[in-house]
Design a protein around this ligand. Sequence first.
Ligand code: NAD
Length: 490
Amino acid sequence: MQTTAEAIKGKRLGLFIDGRFVEPRSGKFVDSFDPTTGEAWYQFAEGGADDVDIAVASARRAFRDPSWRRMTQTARGKLVRRLADLVLEHAEDLALLETRDNGKLIKEMRAQMRAIPDSYIYFAGMADKLQGDTIPVNKLDQLNFNMREPLGVVGMVTPWNSPLMLLTGTLAPCLAIGNTVVIKPSEHATASTLALAELIVEAGFPAGVVNVVTGGGAVTGEALTRNKSIAKFVFTGSTATGRRIAANAAANLVPCQMELGGKSPHVVFSDVDIEKTVNGVVSGVFAAAGQTCVAGSRCFVEANIYDRFVEALVERTRTIRLGDPMDDSTDIGPLALESQLPKLEGYVASGVREGARIAIGGKRPQSQELSKGWYFEPTVMADATNDMSFMRDELFGPMVGVMPFCSEEEMITLANDTNYGLASGIWTQNIDRAMRFANQIDAGTVWINTYRSAAYMSANGGFKESGYGRRGGFDVMREFSRAKNVVIDY
Ligand code: NAD
């Protein structure tokens, strides 16, 4: 694998099309920044419409080519397993690439890279399990059956926050089932996807099965999502961009799978162990500096423990160590985007104007050591109400609003009072109450006495403006294949 953090310093990375790196026809390259220093550290190509067309044509050819189309299911599954082995072998290099690009903790990226291969192995097993149906049709001399086949070229647009981990849940099943793919990674974390493309070739996938066009959303992303030869789009990113991509795709009647933003509620009842629950809430919202789609950034606490809980939350937040993401003792690294800093400051200011109280944080750290990076202190906004702007909008930063509730009925109304529906968490010892919550909450995932615990073996995805389509489990086999009805007269 050529694409390592050390090797690409100061270099230009081309597009990955038809099994190799190529210069972009656009001739354009863009800086990628290291969020710990704010300095550029390599350049990636900005693919234009011509480049995207070439990549999609390569994926179309590969889809029809007998070396892929007529490969047995078992052989395809073995390639996906081989890729799992290579990701594990290069886990350290891949983790370093992502930390340098998005500023997330090296220990978290290492853990992700070590977990990704298991997920490839799980989906590799689907290669030979895609089955059709025989249909009884009231005609005794006819056989009517549905066979399932891959869709064709799948276009994937990914975010920067966990590029390879978020890609795995769709790329692995897509390949196992026999699709080909064009990926557009985020302009804020491009390198690891290019490195993965190299490993895909090394694993033995035919050239053109996976192509990577790099560049920003406005140019490269638009060109890809307007392309008419794509069979399905898979998008992970913000709701605003999802809306835009869905509109582009709809113009060509191309279906989409959408994994979008969230504004997830944490609900805390008074029967809990406060210390354990505070730890759960803290990791549920502040992990990855709040830059997770499932961040539990609205915290509703039963009124009779509200003051005690806020105090404990503030004390626990005080112990969080901000610092260099390469340091294993760091709890929170910098934000990936500089533009997030004024945005968060704005939400703190509007929160205070609207009547909330900064219980802790609310600003950039003062220390000289962190002054160059894009750091923001973990922030607890107490005495929030659900209509304040920081309680309505996805913040994608280390900030949580806390407010009291008095009854179960009020709590469920508050928790559901959001445009989003990605995840939710409830902390209580009362299983009846927890199950009432699970039944009534409009969210694709419900965590009971835990948070951010996801598994690729179970189907998950968003409700409402958090998206549609499901990832994980056997549901993905239907997402990335289609039924073809065949009738035989005999
Ligand atoms: P983003 O929407 O800004 O960008 C995501 C991707 O879309 C990038 O590759 C970007 O270049 C591309 N893009 C932007 N404009 C485009 C356009 N007009 N046409 C085509 N592509 C375009 O999101 P982000 O800042 O990279 O990621 C953060 C967001 O992603 C948050 O909202 C977060 O909640 C969401 N997210 C959701 C999940 C999930 O599973 N639901 C997972 C991770 C992140």
